[in-house]
Design a protein around this ligand. Sequence first.
Ligand code: MN
Length: 291
Amino acid sequence: MNTKNVSAVIAPASPHFVGDGFRVHNFIPGNPQLHMQRMDPFIMLDYNSKYTFPAAPEPRGVGVHPHRGFETVTIAYKGRVEHHDSAGGGGVIGEGDVQWMTAASGVLHKEHHEKEWAKTGGEFQMVQLWVNLPAKDKMSVPKYQAIENAQMLRVDADRNGYIELIAGDYKGQKGPASTFTPIHMMNAKLGKGGRASFEFPPNYTTLALVIEGDILVNQADKVAADHLALFDNKGSAFTIEATEEAVVLILSGLPIAEPIFAHGPFVMNNRDEIVQAFEDYNNGKFGYLED
Ligand code: MN
């Protein structure tokens, strides 16, 4: 079998706050080894490692802001978040759920801790990922997918555990999320000593983020909790083994291979399209959303 090797194991950067509700370590694109072109089609990855928020009378989070040209995917491991957007999408996601928002031509949205959860606070752990859209889909109609944990397909791992499939496929099974370009997204949930094997096309950008526990990749590379393993864009098969009970987010996607021009909340193909995005935003073309 043609092994896909780990090219780098990356430690979490010092955390910073996004609004007052998300204390994140930025992996993509802040780490020089994880810039947008290298990580195509994954253009941003913020990881809120386990963090305890105290009770708050008003939910913490991020107020109304725009996005255009890509999708935001929020994966909740602990805590509950509430989302609303100007296209009418929205809802609450809790432990194990995923929210997949296609901003495409443009939405305004806001993201907060869920009202009741905020009143007590507690342990919070999430991933926010931005998935780029190809030029032909950047100005398509916004959409929203709430993917509850119960909808995710569970496929047995090789030993002591299972794969929870969010998007793409795993060993012939298909995940519930619809994507614009080929993307495989899944959580490997393994008991101590558990083992899972994966196979993706060689050219796909592939990474593993360890949410809980410790793993050994290809029986060689140790990856600790809150660390990210980046794979070579060659070779296709790899294994992970849990040296202690583990949860691992696995992402693999076909590079879109188009120019990326990003500015703040907009990710387009060139500068003119970014200027247009600001103009449209200032002219109220992203709709309206109450703060
Ligand atoms: Mn946002």
